[in-house]
Design a protein around this ligand. Structure first.
Ligand SMILES: NC(=O)c1ccc[n+]([C@@H]2O[C@H](COP(=O)([O-])OP(=O)(O)OC[C@H]3O[C@@H](n4cnc5c(N)ncnc54)[C@H](OP(=O)(O)O)[C@@H]3O)[C@@H](O)[C@H]2O)c1
Length: 388
């Protein structure tokens, strides 16, 4: 349906005003989707191949989400999974003149930095890349253009000369934190945020909080040294250049879930849980819940659970039971499309059809047993009307 309306501003089926009208003045001649299709069928733009690259991507919802978006925008691109045990496979992808870009997932988000020639300031600060963009034209001096002019080459095939790395994970986390924070918990210098985990997603969660102006950020993780390394990474950075105003953020480690919340700081009103919720390699699932003593913020707060298999984790259940005290749980299925929008826009240069992408994620979701809870998913699809 080329005239489908897309919320959040742009309408991909919106009629273009080309100064021409038919006999009916209300009916323009061409939709944005048709205009796009014309650019590709006349070879002005090229069909591109995109991938999600990682060690465990076969169940990924990203291909469904991105392919549906290409279709509604009239782009002949495709987006596939690439399951890999090392980064070597990337060389094959990049050698294809129609390589458009790749989403990078576990466990390669840090390792892939060595293959990039240039990083966005966000990826540099986070120390992890989840989006790779090909660079096809280098200036005569061979350097990487720092004005991002290479982004003009999107949707044009040709030999890839270099790779640019960006990170969109933090954008999705920031959107969800803002969505769940009630006005009474608006970020102040005294606000505290808590991140569970110390892997790639936890890095992005800390950065999202810094970007929101949170000054007191705490990390708790199974392996203490990893939490300390992550805290040291951010404490070494000049975070004042990323934060809206006021003092720089400080990232501290809480050593154990049995510890009391540091009494000189307010209880957290923002929590992002970045540890897997499923069983991995035969190990029991983490079954993580927050210590109840850390959930005593008098104004409640927001908790994001990053994993989405299973969807209703012990943490989500715990936070839903605290709804009467102002706590809001946001699950991984709500988070997933939010970072996908930024990725779509980086890959194609077009505004992402947000509602459609959210809907595709919900339409294609299956639980760990491959089953679909039709009623629950449909009621979530129906509620999408409310989101921007
Ligand atoms: N919804 C979304 O859009 C989205 C996006 C990205 C990621 N995610 C999900 O977020 C989770 C984390 O991803 P990531 O990229 O950060 O992974 P990662 O880099 O592999 O980090 C995993 C973290 O989880 C901890 N951990 C692993 N198993 C644990 C267990 N059984 N008990 C306690 N802690 C455990 C690890 O602790 P150690 O340091 O002790 O090893 C590490 O801190 C994954 O489930 C992923 O699917 C969701």
């Amino acid at each position: 349906d080329t005239s489908q309306q897309v919320p959040g501003g742009a309408s991909h089926g919106a009629m273009l005003d080309l100064g021409r009208t038919t006999s009916n003045d209300e009916a323009p001649l061409v939709t944005a989707c048709e205009a796009n299709q014309a650019l590709y069928s006349s070879f002005i733009l090229d069909p591109m191949h995109f991938y999600i690259y990682g060690a465990s991507v076969n169940y990924s919802l990203s291909p469904a989400m991105h392919n549906a978006a290409y279709r509604i925008c009239g782009m002949p691109h495709d987006y596939k999974t690439y399951q890999a045990t090392s980064l070597k496979g990337l060389y094959d992808l990049v050698s294809d003149p129609n390589f458009g870009g790749a989403a990078i997932t576990q466990p390669y988000k840090i390792e892939v930095i060595a293959l990039t020639h240039s990083l966005s300031r966000h990826a540099k600060a986070i120390g992890a890349v989840n989006t790779l963009i090909p660079i096809r034209n280098l200036p005569p001096n061979g350097g990487i253009p720092d004005d991002l002019s290479f982004l003009q080459e999107r949707n044009h095939a040709g030999p890839v000369k270099a790779l640019y790395g960006d990170n969109t994970d933090w954008i999705g986390i920031r959107v969800c934190l803002r969505r769940g924070l009630s006005p009474v918990n608006a970020v102040r210098n005294s606000s505290s945020g808590l991140v569970i985990g110390a892997g790639g997603m936890a890095r992005a969660a800390v950065y999202a909080m810094i970007q929101m102006g949170v000054k007191n950020i705490f990390i708790c993780n199974r392996t203490l040294e990893n939490a300390e390394r992550l805290a040291a990474h951010y404490n070494r950075l000049d975070t004042s250049s990323f934060t809206p105003q006021g003092p720089a953020a400080t990232v501290r480690v809480i050593r154990s879930y049995t510890d009391a919340w540091p009494e000189e700081h307010r209880l957290p009103t923002m929590v992002v849980c970045c540890i897997p919720a499923n069983s991995i390699d035969g190990q029991p699932a983490a079954n993580f819940v927050l210590p109840t003593k850390w959930l005593k913020s008098p104004t409640g707060g927001v908790v994001i659970e990053a994993p989405y298999k299973p969807l209703v984790t012990p943490l989500v259940t715990q936070i839903r039971a605290e709804a009467h005290r102002g706590w809001i749980a946001i699950d991984g299925l709500e988070l997933l499309p939010e970072q996908g929008f930024a990725q779509f826009e980086l890959f194609t240069g077009r505004r992402a059809p947000r509602r459609l992408m959210r809907k595709e994620v919900l339409r294609n979701y299956r639980n760990e047993k491959g089953q679909r809870d039709v009623d629950m998913l449909q009621s979530r699809i129906d509620r999408l009307e409310d989101q921007t």
